[in-house]
Design a protein around this ligand. Structure first.
Ligand SMILES: *Cc1c(COP(=O)(O)O)cnc(C)c1O
Length: 394
C-alpha cells in the first residue's frame, strides 16, 4: 500500500512524520534558527540548491516541513507553503501570482480582513478587485477582464454559510486563464477537498480548526509545484514564515482533525435543528439543514455541514434587533464571547458590531448581515449544555 492509498484519517495521524536518529514517536520540535554545514563546499551546495537540506528557519525548518507535508497529503496537493497567519497566506498568494495592474474577482462574502487587504492595501500597489455574489457564477463570468489572474472564494462563507459551486467557478476561471483560490478554513480537508473539485489553490488559517484548541496563529497556501514555487519564493524573501513551535502544535492538531470535525459537525447539526424550532429565532443558516438554500450542493461538496451555525434573533416588543442579539449573547454563561472559531470551546459572536463592523451599514445589509444575526462556532461541549446556555430563545 502506498502512502496515497491510506484513508484520510490515517494520513492525518501518519503523513509527513519523520523521525530523527533518536527514534522519537512524536514529531520533534526544531526550535533553532540556523543549520550547520560540514564544510564550506556543503554550505555552497545547500545555498546553490544542488544539495537538499536545511539552511535557515525563515525558509527551511524540519518541523515546519513535516506540517507542510501532512497538510499537503490531506488536501491532495503537490506542495504546501506554511505561513505565519492565514492573512499572510493570502498576502503571499496574491503577491506571488499577481502584478501591479492585475485583477482579482472575489466573493463579496469573504473574511472581512481579506477585503481590507485587497481594497485598502493591495489596491495601493495597483491591484484591482471586483466583488461579486458567491453563489451566482454568472456574476463571476461577467466580472472577468483581460487582466484577471485570480478568482477568490470562501465556501461556506462567514457568517451566513453560503456555499458556492467550486467546479462551476473553476471552469469559468480556467476558460479565462485565471486560477481559482478557495479559502478552506471553515471545512478543512476533513470535510471538503477543493483541489479535487477543480480549484487550483487552497488557503488555510491554521489558527482555526487545524489548531483546534485556540493556541497558535498560522496559515498555509497549497497547490501544484508550479504555482507554489513563486509563493515559496515570496515567503523565503519576505519572511512571512510559520514558527517551528506553531508548526509543532499544528502537527498535533492535525492528528485529531477528522474526529474533531465529525464531533463539531454532529453538534452543529443538532444545535441548528434545535434553533430552527425556537420561538425567538427568525432564521437559521447552516448548510446541513434542508432549509439551507444550497443544501443539496453543500452535501455534494462537503462531508458534513461543518461547525459554524448562524441565526437571526427575533426582537421582542420595544427591543431593537441588536438589543435582542446582545441580550442573548450576554445571557450565556458557558459559550465564550469571542470572534475566534474552530476551538474546542464554543464561541458566540455578533458579526454586525465585531467582525463586520468595519464595513458600511449598507454593505452589511446588502450582504444579509442584519443587526439580529448571531454566529456560533460550535465546540466540543455536550450539545444539551449549549442549548441550556441559549435557553432565552425558547
Ligand atoms: C481567520 C480567518 C482568516 C485569517 O486567518 P488568521 O490566521 O487570523 O490570519 C482567513 N480566512 C478565514 C475564512 C478566516 O476565518
Amino acid at each position: 500500500m502506498t502512502k496515497n492509498q491510506y484513508h484520510p484519517e490515517t494520513l492525518s495521524v501518519r503523513a509527513g512524520s519523520e523521525m530523527t536518529a533518536y527514534g522519537e514517536n512524536s514529531e520533534a520540535l526544531f526550535l533553532n534558527s540556523s543549520f550547520r554545514f560540514n564544510s564550506a563546499a556543503q554550505a555552497a551546495a545547500r545555498f546553490g540548491g544542488t544539495e537538499p537540506g536545511n539552511i535557515y528557519s525563515r525558509f527551511t525548518n524540519p518541523t515546519v516541513t513535516m506540517f507542510q507535508n501532512k497538510l499537503a497529503a490531506l488536501e491532495g496537493a503537490e506542495q504546501c507553503v506554511a505561513t505565519s497567519t492565514g492573512m499572510s497566506a493570502i498576502l503571499a498568494c496574491v503577491m506571488a501570482l499577481c502584478n501591479a495592474g492585475d485583477h482579482i474577482v472575489a466573493s463579496r462574502s469573504i473574511f472581512g480582513t481579506s477585503v481590507q487587504l485587497f481594497s485598502n492595501i493591495l489596491k495601493r500597489w495597483g491591484l484591482e478587485v471586483t466583488y461579486v455574489s458567491l453563489t451566482n457564477p454568472a456574476e463571476w463570468q461577467a466580472a472577468i477582464t483581460p487582466k484577471t489572474k485570480l478568482f477568490f472564494a470562501e465556501t461556506p462563507s462567514n457568517p451566513l454559510t453560503e456555499v458556492c459551486d467550486i467546479r462551476a467557478l473553476a471552469d469559468i476561471a480556467h476558460k479565462a486563464g485565471a486560477h481559482l483560490v478557495v479559502d478552506n478554513c471553515f471545512c478543512t480537508p476533513a470535510i471538503q477537498r477543493p483541489l479535487e473539485l477543480g480549484a487550483d489553490i487552497i488557503i488555510h488559517s491554521a489558527t482555526k480548526y487545524i489548531d483546534g484548541q485556540g493556541r497558535c496563529l498560522g496559515g498555509a497556501v497549497l497547490g501544484s509545484k508550479a504555482l507554489m514555487e513563486p509563493v515559496y519564493g515570496f515567503l523565503r524573501t519576505a519572511g512571512v514564515t510559520m514558527s517551528a513551535f506553531n508548526a509543532w502544535v499544528f502537527l498535533k492538531g492535525l492528528e485529531t482533525l477528522h474526529v474533531r470535525m465529525e464531533a463539531h459537525a454532529k453538534r452543529a447539526l443538532e444545535l441548528a435543528t434545535w434553533l430552527e424550532a425556537q420561538p425567538q429565532v427568525a432564521r437559521v443558516y447552516y448548510p446541513g439543514l434542508a432549509s439551507h438554500p444550497q443544501h443539496v450542493l453543500a452535501m455534494k461538496q462537503q462531508l458534513s455541514g461543518g461547525g459554524i451555525v448562524s441565526f437571526e434573533v427575533k426582537a421582542k416588543a420595544g427591543q431593537t434587533q441588536q438589543e435582542a442579539a446582545w441580550a442573548l449573547i450576554d445571557a450565556t454563561k458557558l459559550i465564550s464571547i469571542t470572534a475566534n472559531l474552530g476551538d474546542a470551546k464554543s464561541t458566540i459572536t455578533h458579526p454586525a458590531t465585531t467582525t463586520h463592523s468595519r464595513i458600511t451599514a449598507e454593505a452589511r445589509t446588502e450582504a444579509g448581515i442584519t443587526d439580529g444575526l448571531v454566529r456560533i462556532a460550535v465546540g466540543l461541549e455536550h450539545v444539551e449544555d449549549l442549548k441550556a446556555d441559549l435557553a432565552i430563545l425558547g
